[in-house]
Design a binder for this molecule. Structure first.
Ligand code: HEC
Length: 149
């Protein structure tokens, strides 16, 4: 597991800048911002899938790259002292089972990396990516996020 974490950290550095987040002054705000960006990014794919936005290969590609960056950096923003505060919706299970949490993030990292390697060339591709990526969001949220509203 330690090896996996090291690999993740290395990938974060390669992805550019996100590793700095490990020493964040406000990890709760930073991880929430990362998830907000992730929500906006998947929203772009969802709008295309629903026909509310025209298929745009560049926008789709940017969206999956945003999500891939988040998948890599996110897990570094959960120090022990950030379990509470800032209206966090992070569930206690994150700290009870960090390895399981990291696995969920890796699933999101894998499907978004696939989407970068094989960029969407059609609306059908976008729909397929949306399904695969969306499944990894839910898989983590079900266990590790406690919705407050
Ligand atoms: C590895 C686990 C994990 C994965 C994967 C994940 N999330 Fe999250 N998400 C969380 C946690 C934990 C929070 C709560 C963070 C907090 O409040 O401190 C959250 C919060 C959010 C929020 C609320 C942000 C805010 O504060 O306004 C949105 C939106 C969101 N996630 C969207 C997504 C989408 C879309 C995906 C998939 C593309 C995704 N998440 C994948 C764990 C995950």
């Amino acid at each position: 597991m330690i090896r996996n974490l090291t690999l993740l950290a290395t990938a974060g550095i390669l992805a550019g800048g996100i590793a700095a987040a490990a020493a964040s002054d406000d990890p709760i705000a930073d991880r929430q911002m990362m998830m907000k960006n992730t929500g906006a990014a998947i929203g772009t794919l969802a709008k295309m899938a629903k026909g509310e936005m025209e298929f745009d290969a560049t926008a789709a590609n940017l969206a999956v790259r945003t999500m891939n960056n988040a998948a890599i950096g996110f897990v570094h923003l959960f120090p022990e002292d950030s379990m509470e505060g800032g209206d966090t919706e992070a569930g206690p299970k994150i700290w009870e089972d960090m390895a399981g949490f990291v696995e969920k993030a890796r699933a999101m990292e894998t499907v978004t990396a696939d989407a970068i390697a094989f960029p969407a060339e059609s609306l059908d591709d976008v729909k397929e990516q949306l399904g695969k990526i969306g499944g990894t969001c839910k898989a983590c949220h079900d266990d590790y996020r406690v919705k407050k509203s």
